[in-house]
Design a protein around this ligand. Structure first.
Ligand code: ATP
Ligand code: MG
Length: 260
């Protein structure tokens, strides 16, 4: 890791929902730095502010106070349009509920962000096919979400998130609706994208097994970062359970799957 600006830097970030008697402070002064190329897991009890901080980092919401730097740029000073531009250019999102358009093919779902960017049909098709192949879904382009399993739907959602070649992938409980085997496949995929394409990954999870794929785990409690731990050799706590397989042996984990 270099001493250069981190990719993301939060200092004293607060978020208050509502006002007056009904006001609730979901974030109470979050400090967090994430370097380019990191894979970070966010854990913590329900209501501790994990999604709130993800939404702020993803420019879907703004902090009530504090500093948010993206590559040294003050995001909290950007207006709505500038934030939208940052989002389109640098960020990809994956949610627990997949959020795919029903009755719309996998290919068209993945193309959507490129449509918003104004790219032409040929370029969109090519990029979307490439992204689907990357998540192991070559041959599944014409299937609609209803014709895909939960794990496959989440892979389509990941393809949609990476088709723009984002700097940062934000995933809020990406395996929350999946069984254990499917969850591990999704984690292998995120780890591969992080390792091979240098996409910085920030992921919320409630499952310690999934957090082990990350380089670092940030624990939230009551709207604050409570503690952090490093996974992997020489970094303490997580190292015993942390296997090389988590990052894939040479040749990589198999995320491929033949069409039905
Ligand atoms: N739009 C909103 N309006 C009012 N309160 C909100 C809003 N969004 C979140 N909150 C409150 O802020 C707190 C933090 O919510 P947040 O969604 O960040 O928690 P979380 O850590 O993601 O929890 P979970 O693990 O259940 O997803 C909660 O008490 C929640 O009720
Ligand atoms: Mg949440």
């Amino acid at each position: 890791m270099t001493q250069a600006d981190p990719l993301l830097f939060l200092q004293g970030v607060t978020k208050t929902y509502g006002s007056g008697q009904a006001a609730f402070q979901a974030l109470r002064g979050v400090d967090l730095a994430i370097a380019e190329g990191e894979f970070v897991a966010v854990m913590g009890p329900s209501g501790s502010g994990k999604s709130t901080v993800m939404n702020i980092l993803g420019c879907l919401d703004t902090p009530s106070s504090g500093t948010y730097l993206f590559r040294g740029m003050h995001v909290e000073r950007l207006d709505r349009d500038q934030r939208a531009l940052l989002r389109r250019r640098h960020l990809g999102f994956v949610f627990q509920g997949f959020n795919l358009l029903a009755r719309t093919s996998a290919l068209e779902n993945v193309e959507l962000p490129l449509l918003y960017r104004g790219e032409n049909l040929t370029a969109r098709h090519e990029a979307a096919r490439g992204a689907l192949a990357q998540v192991g879904l070559a041959g599944w382009e014409a299937h609609t979400p209803g014709e895909l399993s939960g794990g496959q739907q989440q892979r389509v959602a990941i393809a949609r998130a990476i088709v723009t070649r984002p700097t940062l992938l934000l995933a809020d409980e990406p395996t929350g609706n999946l069984d254990t085997a499917r969850s591990h496949e999704i984690m292998e995929l995120l780890a591969t994208l992080n390792r091979e394409q240098g996409i910085t990954v920030l992921m919320v999870t409630h499952e310690p097994d999934m957090a082990e794929y990350a380089h670092r785990v940030v624990h939230f409690k009551d709207g604050l970062v409570e503690r952090e731990e490093h996974n992997g050799a020489g970094h303490g706590q997580g190292s015993a359970q942390f296997s090389a397989a988590s990052f894939g042996a040479p040749g990589g984990p198999s995320v491929g799957e033949a069409p039905r």
